[in-house]
Write a protein that binds this ligand. Structure first.
Ligand SMILES: [Zn+2]
Length: 189
């Protein structure tokens, strides 16, 4: 059997079967997304490009169904995650960037309208047949940050390193949480 992610069926057909698709792919299976990651990594010297970036695992799930009881509005609930290799725009070093995204989409034909379904985002069907992979790929591309940067300053070479004087001011999130809990306990005692 083929991979349902790359099968083409009408949205109504996907939804009529209440199709559930488990996503377990490599980033290299997503041509446009891989091209973006590759272009980003091209800023690095060739020997600094992470060797396995194409194998990054894309994982998630898609669940098709209908938004209305009359089954005229196909929908899909999709969540997907991947950790891509990216270049930090501050220090220009490679780092691992986790992406996670989810959406509840109404699958509407062009010009089709659906009032009263504000809790959904609309996915416009440009063709009569839908390849689920296209949705996953666009969601991941949209999840890419405008400017990728190390999240933790300790990992980023462009951010000032911790000096001896300022070391006392640095608290890890867990330490801060513990401190907060201790204070709360004092307050209630
Ligand atoms: Zn950095």
């Amino acid at each position: 059997m083929g991979n349902p992610l790359r099968e083409r069926r009408s949205a109504a057909e996907w939804s009529a079967g209440s199709q559930v698709i488990e996503i377990a792919e490599k980033i290299s299976n997503f041509e446009q997304l891989a091209a973006i990651v590759e272009a980003d990594l091209a800023a690095l010297d060739a020997d600094k490009i992470p060797a396995g970036w194409r194998d990054a695992r894309v994982a998630g799930q898609m669940k098709f169904g209908f938004a209305d009881a009359q089954q005229t509005l196909p929908r899909v609930e999709c969540r997907v995650a991947v950790t891509v290799d990216a270049v930090c725009q501050r220090c220009l070093e490679a780092f691992r960037l986790p992406l996670e995204t989810e959406a509840d989409l109404l699958l509407l034909a062009l010009e089709q309208e659906a009032d009263g379904y504000d809790e959904y985002e609309v996915w416009e069907l440009e063709e009569s047949l839908l390849q689920p992979q296209d949705i996953v790929e666009e969601m991941l591309i949209m999840a890419l940050p405008f400017s990728a940067m190390h999240l933790e300053s300790a990992a980023c070479k462009a951010l000032s390193p911790v000096t001896e004087e300022s070391a006392d001011d640095v608290t890890t999130p867990f330490a801060a949480l513990r401190e907060q809990m201790a204070k709360d306990n004092e307050g209630s005692a």
